[in-house]
Design a protein around this ligand. Structure first.
Ligand code: CNA
Length: 252
């Protein structure tokens, strides 16, 4: 069966189900020009990086080397020009039609909201929320990128966004060694436990606890769409090995 036929099979499942929940990862945004982590063109396979990205994106590294952290974060994790892809747009439309109950995402890029989705659970936070680690004052992305609204440090602190109180402004994204927001996690568990149809897309299902959410699914159809194999391929009732865009363009 080719990808178009499988997409039509998915369309039938969506038509039959009262609603569905979508659980996605970095692969949802590659067609918006944002690289993922683990595919061959992903950040983890960029041999030019002397320090592994998973180390740079850790809480310890942020604390010990904030200057290098922000240099990496701003150049590799933030894509201010990115626009929603066919997949983001289709999910927003399906929400408007009452079919997509929620999008649970591991992404931090805000593209689901930009496409118009309202019920988005961001397991790993968002580049658009930032706060001072000393006084808690919130800041937008602009301050982190350019210092506008506060300032960027100089000398040893060059490029680090600094609050007016002197504290470092930290992106509200979940770094390695940090825990997920418990209310977002609980709501995600509840959505997955109660949906009849779960569509998973663009995630290697390698990052925990996010990947562990699958164990809560009790519904009748699990659909898995990914370019590469995942450890959960055998759990899928419908497995579509291919590009999300090619699937979602058939769904609206
Ligand atoms: P990952 O481990 O990089 O896996 C992505 C998966 O998506 C891979 O298995 C790819 O084969 C697959 N994929 C890539 N493009 C497509 C496509 N067009 N269609 C179908 N499948 C595709 O990323 P995960 O999300 O699983 O890992 C979680 C990390 C990645 C989270 O902590 C994120 O914050 C982090 N991340 C987020 C972004 C973003 O916000 N856009 C970008 C890069 C990394």
């Amino acid at each position: 069966m080719d990808i178009k036929e499988k997409a039509l099979q998915l369309k039938e499942l969506i038509d039959e189900a009262e609603s569905f929940v979508f659980f996605g990862g970095a692969g949802v945004s590659t067609e918006s020009g944002i690289p993922d982590f683990r595919s061959s063109e992903g950040l983890y396979n960029d041999k030019k990086e002397a320090i592994p990205p998973e180390r740079i994106l850790s809480h310890t590294y942020f604390k010990m080397h904030p200057k290098e952290f922000f240099a990496f974060y701003k150049s590799k994790m933030v894509y201010t020009q990115a626009k929603p892809s066919v997949t983001h747009q289709a999910l927003a439309k399906l929400e408007q039609e009452g079919k997509c109950k929620a999008v649970i995402t591991q992404n931090i890029d805000g593209l689901h909201q930009m496409a118009g989705s309202k019920n988005v659970l961001e397991l790993h936070g968002s580049i658009y929320r930032n706060y001072c680690i000393k006084c808690g004052r919130p800041y937008g992305l602009e301050t982190v990128m350019t210092g506008e609204g506060a300032k960027l440090g100089e000398g040893r602190f060059e490029g680090i966004p600094v609050c007016n109180c002197g504290g470092i402004i930290k992106p509200d994204v979940v770094l390695y060694e940090e825990s997920l927001d418990s209310s977002v996690l609980q709501e995600s568990v509840s959505l997955i436990a109660n949906t009849p149809l779960l569509i998973i897309g663009g995630t290697s299902l390698n990052v925990y606890p996010a990947a562990g959410l699958l164990q809560h699914f009790k519904g009748s159809h699990l659909v898995l769409i990914n370019k590469e194999s995942t450890p959960f391929d055998n759990n899928a009732d419908l497995l579509i090995k291919g590009a999300l865009g090619q699937v979602f363009e058939q769904l609206t």
